[in-house]
Design a protein around this ligand. Structure first.
Ligand code: 1CP
Length: 343
């Protein structure tokens, strides 16, 4: 087989790859000593995202160390609200803090300025030109619903109670915000593709907060529209959707949104996934991040079960991001095991 084929692109096109490809959500981050070294010297996390020199180095760190099959751009889903004019800070130990949206006027005032995030596109250009030939570059954004959660509540770790109140009491206002985010995400992702991103992932980390008609309206519909707009302009770029903890929502999501592959959180049962989801689209993910912390035979046994159940139309990954406590040697072992696994 041609050495320059990228296994992850094969899977996303429904073809059998040379080996099952692997990358990990949050593969660049605090569990890596070389990341912590850069972070200790930087003013804050946002500065690291907006400094193309640093962001390029950080994006490439896990590729150099582990030789994954894909690099994911080092940036954050909250750069879109920032580009829309929302003040954003990452506070030590607290995570992101945004200026809360108050009313219709504050939504009308949102205006996407691409120049505010031009460093992100420069990072994509630089990474694209430095990756090994078999390694794909993944660009991303947050789904409109998940990004709206942070903009309405103003921070994470809150259960997003204010946003959930908007779902029930101010759905039209929330719809207006989601539409703004849809337009901004379209431009943001388009610029990443123009700069060299070959695959996109849409992170809907808080999809699980909704169900029923609210899930259809605020998760499925905007994702379907975003995917349709991207496909119209860039039909060759595959899109992975990640409606984290959507439970029974996974089925309509994979059938209706038009994504090319579906990323599974760790709670999705494998035989259900194979039967109801992989029969529709290739899958990604599912390994519990806690098993990567634990390592050893439990991690390998569970990974082997995922690989043999889901077979080659699958991209190996976790059910959520790598956590800071993860020993890097466990990642080395996991990546080697996956890439040597005979399909
Ligand atoms: O050094 C640090 O402490 C910063 C930690 C960190 C990192 C490494 C944050 C703050 N963001 C990131 C990078 C990041 N974020 C990437 C880079 C690529 C990679 O995966 O290696 C990506 C894809 C994201 C996406 C992201 N940011 C999501 C979606 C995925 C998920 O984790 O569910 C979300 C929800 C965010 C918001 C965010 N950014 C950072 C934090 C701590 C959070 C979560 C806040 C909360 O608890 O709600």
């Amino acid at each position: 087989m041609n050495n320059f084929r990228k296994p992850i692109l094969d899977v996303l096109r429904g073809q059998t790859p040379e080996h099952i490809p692997v990358w990990l959500m949050r593969q660049a981050g605090r569990y890596l000593p070389e990341y912590r070294e850069i972070r200790a010297k930087s003013k804050n996390f946002l500065n690291m995202c907006l400094d193309s020199d640093l962001a390029t180095k950080i994006t490439l760190q896990p590729i150099r160390r582990f030789d994954m099959d894909a690099a994911i751009l080092f940036a954050d889903i909250l750069l879109v609200p920032m580009a829309l004019g929302v003040p954003l800070e990452f506070c030590e130990g607290e995570g992101p803090v945004l200026k809360k949206l108050e009313d219709e006027k504050s939504i009308d005032a949102l205006f996407y300025e691409s120049e505010k995030v031009s460093a992100v596109f420069e990072t994509v250009r630089r990474v694209a030109s430095s990756l090994p030939k078999k390694t794909a570059l993944i660009g991303f954004c947050g789904a409109p619903w998940t990004v709206a959660c942070y903009m309405v509540d103003g921070k994470g770790k809150t259960n997003f109670t204010r946003t959930q109140t908007w779902v029930k009491e101010k759905p039209e206002l929330l719809q207006k915000l989601i539409t703004r985010l849809l337009d901004a995400s379209e431009m943001y992702l388009g610029a990443q593709i123009e700069a060299g991103a070959e695959v996109l992932q849409i992170f809907d980390s808080w999809a699980g907060l909704l169900s029923g008609t609210a899930f259809a309206r605020f998760v499925i519909e905007p994702t379907q529209e975003l995917v349709a707009r991207m496909k119209k302009k860039y039909p060759q770029v595959p899109i992975i959707g990640f409606p984290r903890e959507a439970r029974e929502g996974y089925v309509p999501y994979v059938r209706q949104t038009g994504v090319d592959a579906l990323s599974l959180d760790s709670s999705v049962e494998l035989n259900f996934a194979k039967r109801e989801l992989q029969s529709v689209k290739p899958l990604q993910g599912n390994l519990d991040p806690a098993l990567l912390v634990q390592g050893g035979s439990e991690m390998i046994k569970t990974m082997e079960n995922i690989l043999s159940t889901l077979g080659p139309l699958h991209i190996a990954n976790l059910g959520h991001g790598v956590v800071p406590e993860t020993p890097p040697e466990h990642v080395t072992e996991l990546v080697r095991f996956i890439q040597n696994f005979r399909i």
